[in-house]
Design a protein around this ligand. Structure first.
Ligand code: HPA
Length: 255
C-alpha cells in the first residue's frame, strides 16, 4: 500500500474525513513549503496533505515554492501524489463544476524555479516527461470515479499559465489552437518536480469557470466559488472512494 500525498489547491485546504495524527513542518534545502504537512490516516492508509497556497490561502501561483513543497512531501514519505487544482475550461466538454483527469501538459509559465537539477556541479539530468501524469495512478482515479458514477472527463491537455491574472481571450484562443482543454496556474513545475523525485503524480482538475472568452460575460469570483464548491464536493467523495478501494487495486506485494 503506497503512502499518498494530496496537494490541495484553491477550494481544498483540508479534508475532513482524514483522521489527523500530526502536523509536521519541514525545512528543505530549497526553503519553506507553503504549509505544514498534515499527516493523517484514512481506512488504515497513511495520507499526507499539503495546502499548495498555504493555510489560509495566501500564496499566489507564481510565488509558490514548488521545490520546497515537493521536497517536504518526499521527506514526509509520499510515494504517490494526487494534485487537486482549480482550472478554467476551454473546450466544450470542460464545463464549470465538472472534474477532469488530464493526461497531458503544455507549460506557458516562466521564471519559476522549475528543477532540482539546478546546480552547475551536478551532472545534467534529463527526465523523461513524455507522459507527465502517471498512467497507473490516473487509471485508478478514473476507475474510482466511474465506480461512483461521477461525471468526469477522463482526459484533457492542461495548459499552465503564469498568473496571477487570468488570460485574455486571444491567449485562450491560442491555447486552444495549441491543443489545450484546460487552463490553470499551478500544474507546472509541480508535475515535473514530482517526476524528478520519481514520485508518481496525477491531477484532479476542478473546472471553476469557462476560460476567458468562452462565455458571454467576464469571469467573476462568485461564479468561481460556486462551481468550486460543487467540484470540490465531488473531489472529496472521489478521494474517499480512492482510499477505500486502493488496497484491493494494488499488488499486495507492492509495499
Ligand atoms: N485561468 C487560469 N487559471 C484558472 C482559471 C482560469 O480561467 N480558473 C481557475 N484557475
Amino acid at each position: 500500500m503506497k503512502t499518498t500525498a494530496i496537494i490541495g489547491g484553491s477550494g481544498l485546504t483540508q479534508i475532513e474525513s482524514i483522521n489527523i495524527i500530526e502536523q509536521k513542518t519541514y525545512q528543505t534545502p530549497y526553503g519553506s513549503p507553503s504549509s505544514a504537512c498534515t499527516i493523517g490516516e484514512f481506512n488504515g492508509q497513511k495520507i499526507i496533505f499539503l495546502a499548495r497556497h498555504g493555510d489560509p490561502h495566501t500564496i499566489a501561483p507564481h510565488k509558490i515554492n514548488y521545490r520546497a513543497n515537493l521536497w517536504a512531501l518526499k521527506q514526509a514519505g509520499a510515494e504517490q501524489i494526487i494534485a487537486v487544482a482549480a482550472v478554467g475550461g476551454i473546450t466544450p466538454e470542460m464545463y464549470p463544476a465538472r472534474i477532469a483527469i488530464p493526461e497531458q501538459i503544455i507549460d506557458y509559465s516562466y521564471g519559476r524555479k522549475h528543477t532540482f537539477f539546478a546546480e552547475d556541479s551536478e551532472a545534467v539530468h534529463h527526465i523523461d516527461f513524455t507522459n507527465p501524469y502517471d498512467p497507473d495512478l490516473r487509471q485508478q482515479i478514473i476507475q474510482n470515479a466511474e465506480n461512483l458514477q461521477l461525471n468526469i472527463q477522463a482526459d484533457g491537455v492542461y495548459g499552465c499559465t503564469q498568473g496571477p491574472r487570468l488570460e485574455t481571450s486571444a491567449e485562450i484562443t491560442r491555447m486552444q489552437r495549441d491543443g489545450c482543454d484546460l487552463v490553470g496556474m499551478t500544474g507546472m513545475p509541480e508535475a515535473a518536480l514530482a517526476r524528478e523525485l520519481e514520485i508518481p503524480y496525477a491531477c484532479i482538475a476542478v473546472i471553476a469557470n469557462w476560460a476567458a472568452g468562452k462565455s458571454a460575460g467576464e469571469i467573476t469570483m462568485p461564479e468561481i466559488i460556486k462551481n468550486l464548491e460543487q467540484g470540490m464536493a465531488d473531489t472529496k467523495q472521489l478521494l474517499q472512494q480512492f482510499f477505500l478501494t486502493t488496497p484491493s487495486l494494488q499488488d499486495p506485494t507492492d509495499d
